[in-house]
Ligand binder design. Sequence first.
Ligand code: HSE
Length: 433
Amino acid sequence: MQQVNLGMVGGGTVGSGVFHHLKTNGELLAARLGVKIAMRKVAVKAVDEPRPYEIPRALMTLDWNEVVNDPEIHIVIELVGGTTIAKTITLAALKLGKTVVTANKALISAHGEELFAVAKQHGANLYYEASVAGGIPIIKVLREGFVGNRITHLYGIVNGTCNYILTRMKLEGSDFGPTLKDAQQLGYAEANPSLDVDGFDAEHKIGILASLAHGFWVKSEQVSVEGITSITKTDIEFAGKLGYTIKLLGVVKIVAKNSIQVSVYPTLVPNTHVLASVNHVFNAVFVRGDVVGDTLFYGRGAGKDATASAVLSDIADAALDLKMGTKCRVAPFVAHETNAKVVPIDEVISRYYLRLSVADKPGTLAKVATILADAKIGIASVIQPEGHEGDSVPLILMTHDAPNGAMKKALAEIGQLPVVKAPPVMFRVETFA
Ligand code: HSE
């Protein structure tokens, strides 16, 4: 049986997971693919760094060049993370015509267009299944399973940290700050949580999915991003009373011919929709294709085992390329839309949930309603709960559809009203229509 040799750069949590599962399921893979897969070398930061599964010392090197430049290594697995050294390693391997498998969403998001071009130029391939939603094979779904579909809508819960925090806030009636702190203590959130809670990790992933689904490279700066830090227990409570659950949702939608929305923001999801039930660290991607209709993919978005599963699937694709002698059996990314564009968020139409902190005195609601009426934004419902003490009370409004730009302008005006005591809070409401 033909043998394909792997070299891995990065032997930490995910790297050791890949090594371990290759060992346990290597024979199964070989039987399924008709190719033997052997790990030849692993470049690590330190031989003795703690790792969940063991990697034999004999395979380790401290120099990634020894992996990339070894002529016996056919496939390079990049698991170092970040966008600097990871880019150097990836480019070096691609330029040698070697296939690279990566789990690095930041790298693909920032440099994907360039890396795919270099891969093509050198007859190499760049596989990235593990970069989005860990164990959910969503890249393969879009690239292969739905190749005959136009993807009209894609909604993703793709950040496990945010989903964990929002789930606990809902279940415990707690506020964001203490829940984040607890999540950090339990190891569910990083010491520096910004990448997750400010929405940037989800932005990388949603940008990659949008690029693949729509056939042109969506740059990170084209993705409109809002994180979860302004969500309070009051929002979760009132969203609940109105029949919604708040999720950090990546949204990719065709909004007009050749125009797509690509965004990440906290969204009120109707409790009747399946995405409202995706809890804790789980990820889910809901895809609507013009042929297939509605579909849902659910699973763990991170962790040594789920991520290793995605890496193994890329290794299998790369091994089959080598077995068949095809340079590009399944092209990982093909730019095919030249006219399409991402529309600015201001032009996107949404429904909204607004929370204002207002003075409880006559005329307050009228002033707010006048500004919304002048902006042609219709109010669908209003709640002002009784029993609040102090100078201000929450005023919750649900609106009908309006452009984001009009809402932004109206909120700026509302925020200036003397009766409004704190900056207005706004989240979108998704109907999944
Ligand atoms: N930090 C990510 C998350 C996992 O919380 O989902 C890696 O993509």
